[in-house]
Write a protein that binds this ligand. Structure first.
Ligand code: AMP
Length: 676
């Protein structure tokens, strides 16, 4: 279908996504799964016979099949170019212009500001206008197709408009979580080679002021590529501006006492979109890996958007008119796919949550559900575990009858938290969907829905692969495990539209991390169990990555944040009843260091929060004389983990250690640490 929206001066042909309908019948779901497999077996076979929404399924098929060919090609040749025949221009228009054409006054964004009860609504028309203004502003300052813009902002409408504005003018966006330190931000700006940064004067979270502009000022000192920093006002406090800084006042909206909205502007509300190929980059998003250097995963235009839209519609059973409440920060992939792109591509109303689950009190989420009439609530197990400790009364105070589906993401959800979420929050009415996916997958890959409305949901299990997702479990020899009731390394056996295409500037690392461990498969880094019934349960990371409150952090990243007094360190993750996992650091000091351990612990925590972020700080630091190592010098983290888990009966064979006595010292030191 060719079209040009009413507010566009756009000559380019646009492929519009067809409206995605629900519900899918059981037979359609079944056919979707089988048909995708069939296409893989016979690339090029006709897909138009597919019974539901032929056009989007055609797109889906095209992507699945060309990607599988491309991945095969990648495997064989290491060639990073995934050139495609599908020409989809200005695909991101599907998030705005299409809906402005049909329902301009529908609410696109509900911004739940940190200040409770002061939410702000934006219609599709308003969001398009703000996006166009930002797009024109960026263009006027030289940002062009192919550039990469770093966005360091709290979750707010202007951040969404900035993301969409980048997409509109063909620049990639690189959103960096606004809790990251100046050094972590600088590393991401440098790696992305951004010359433009967008930020705010200050952020507010949980009533506390975050000095975001100052953090950017520090970061850009070590980023020679940065030429301009756009600064919007989230609070009324002025900040020092330099010659490099540009006030974003012109895209603010004047509504009494509401910051970050738009005002009279010199920028036009029409911004001609850049023509983009389906495989052009839409955004980079950095995530932690098992080395000290974060990876900038690259997501592309059409496949990502299609996958975000489909999974948003079907996993959460989203219907037109629903209010979708994803409480993730836009700095994470969940905020990208289910705070912004998925809901907007479906013409939905999406909530942007700026605050914390306990501000000003532990009823915040449910008060918001009542006020905004949220139909689907999507949150993290760490918050659920925290809230259940405050008791049911904080939930029961508020009317939650609008809720239809509850979602969980980021880490395994334990049975107690799942049951509470289902029983207390959802009043046993709402299916709880535990959704497994990752930055690399772009969208949800395993979740209990879509399935028959009455199909069983097993607490704490992601369960069923989404359309086109073909999980495989691998044994320790790299062979596919065929039976059920088995555990192994979780791989995906065929490509899917939302998959990341590469790591920015490091395709070799992409190949080594994901494609080479199990040739012919995409390795997720997670372990999984397949039950007798064939359902999947994620058991956790297999690599040196810790998941703290749903945020990934590489142990090597923390170890690399060394301080002058430290000779070497080993960081491990251990089970934590609220955060899921927490950080435990074993530290060997340099000889002749004469500092109080308590002071040094404070110093080390300060360094980690300065170099990475607060959430990466160790909960415990144990100072040791030496670390347990093999004779070849490899640190035996397995042994350290057992000590921390107090599982001393399973220390295993210590005979390969260079000096087994080191373990006894560590056990003794650990006892002393716990008794303090
Ligand atoms: P991120 O890329 O930061 O979203 O982190 C993705 C990682 O979080 C995955 O590789 C898993 O280890 C973990 N994860 C995400 N969702 C789930 C889930 N539903 N169950 C278990 N682990 C999950």
């Amino acid at each position: 279908m060719r079209s040009s929206g009413p507010v566009l001066k756009c000559e380019t042909s646009v492929v519009w996504f067809p409206a995605i309908q629900n519900p899918l019948s059981l037979q359609q779901q079944d056919t979707a799964r089988r048909s995708l497999v069939r296409v893989q077996a016979f690339p090029g076979s006709s897909c138009m016979e597919f019974p539901c929404s032929p056009v989007h399924v055609w797109v889906f098929f095209r992507f699945s099949s060309f990607l599988s060919q491309s991945i095969n090609m990648l495997r064989l040749t290491g060639d990073s170019k995934l050139s495609v025949g599908v020409n989809m221009s200005v695909i991101v228009l599907n998030c705005l212009d299409r809906h402005v054409h049909t329902c301009p006054d529908r609410v696109a964004l509900m911004w739940e500001r940190d200040e409770k009860g002061s939410e702000v609504r934006y219609t599709y028309r308003e969001l398009l206008e703000m996006t166009c203004r930002v797009g024109n502003l960026l263009r006027r300052h030289g940002v062009k197709k192919g550039d990469c813009v770093t966005i360091y902002m709290p979750t707010c409408p202007l951040a969404v408009a900035s993301m969409l504005a980048c997409a509109r003018i063909g620049a990639a966006h690189n959103v960096v979580f606004a809790g990251f330190s100046a050094e972590a931000l600088a590393e991401r700006i440098r790696d992305a080679q951004s010359s433009t940064v967008i930020t705010v004067n200050q952020g507010i979270r949980g009533g506390k002021i975050l000095e975001l502009k100052k953090t950017v000022d520090t970061a850009v000192q070590s980023c020679p590529t940065v030429q301009q920093v756009f600064v919007a006002m989230r609070t009324d406090s002025p900040v020092a501006m330099t010659a490099r800084d540009i006030a974003m006042e012109e895209v603010r909206q004047q509504r009494a006492n509401q910051n970050l909205n738009k005002t009279q502007t010199q920028e036009d509300v029409v911004c001609e979109p850049a023509a983009m190929n389906s495989e052009d980059t839409l955004f980079l998003l950095y995530t932690s890996g098992s080395t000290g250097k974060p990876k900038g995963l690259v997501h592309t235009q059409a496949g990502y958007l299609l996958y975000a839209a489909l999974t948003h519609r079907y996993v959460f059973n989203y219907h037109d008119g629903d209010v979708f409440g994803c409480v993730a920060d836009i700095g994470w992939i969940t905020g990208h796919s289910y705070g912004v792109y998925g809901p907007l591509a479906n013409g939905g109303t999406t909530v942007l949550f700026e605050s914390t689950p306990v501000y000003p009190d532990p009823g915040r989420y449910w008060d918001m559900v009542e006020r905004l009439q949220i139909n689907q609530f999507y949150g993290a197990p760490t918050a659920i575990r925290l809230l259940l400790k405050f008791g049911d009364e904080w939930v029961n105070k508020y009317d939650r009858s609008s809720l239809k589906t509850l979602g969980s993401v980021g880490e395994p959800i334990n049975t107690e938290a799942w049951e509470w979420y289902y029983r207390v929050v959802g009043e046993e009415r709402c299916p709880v969907v535990d959704t497994w996916w990752q930055t690399e997958t772009g969208g949800i890959c395993i979740a209990p829905r879509p399935s028959d409305p009455d199909a069983e949901i097993v607490p704490g299990m992601a369960m069923r692969p989404f359309f086109g997702i073909k999980p495989a479990l691998m044994d320790t020899e790299g062979k596919v495990i065929s039976g059920n009731d088995a555990s192994g390394a979780l791989c995906l056996a065929q490509p899917w539209p939302g998959m990341a295409r590469t790591i920015h500037n490091d395709h070799q690392r992409f190949m080594e991390t994901y494609c080479q461990p199990y040739p012919g498969y995409f390795f997720t880094g997670d372990g999984a169990y397949r039950s007798v019934e064939g359902y999947y349960q994620i058991t956790g990371r297999l690599d040196d990555v810790i998941n703290v409150s749903g945020h990934r952090i590489g142990t090597a990243e923390i170890e690399d944040a060394v301080c002058p007094a430290v000779a070497e360190s080993a960081v491990i993750g251990y089970s934590h009843d609220i955060k899921g996992q927490a950080v435990f650091a074993f530290v060997v000091l340099k000889k002749n260091v004469d500092v109080e351990e308590a002071d040094l612990s404070r110093q080390l925590n300060g360094i980690v929060s300065e170099k990475i972020a607060k959430y990466a700080c160790p909960d415990f630091i144990q100072f040791v004389q030496r670390l347990p190592k093999t004779r070849s010098g490899k640190i035996m983290r397995r042994v350290l983990r057992k000590v921390v888990e107090l599982d001393l009966d399973s220390l295993g064979d210590l005979s390969t250690l260079d000096d087994p006595a080191a373990v006894q010292e560590i056990i003794q030191g650990h006892r002393e640490l716990l008794s303090k």
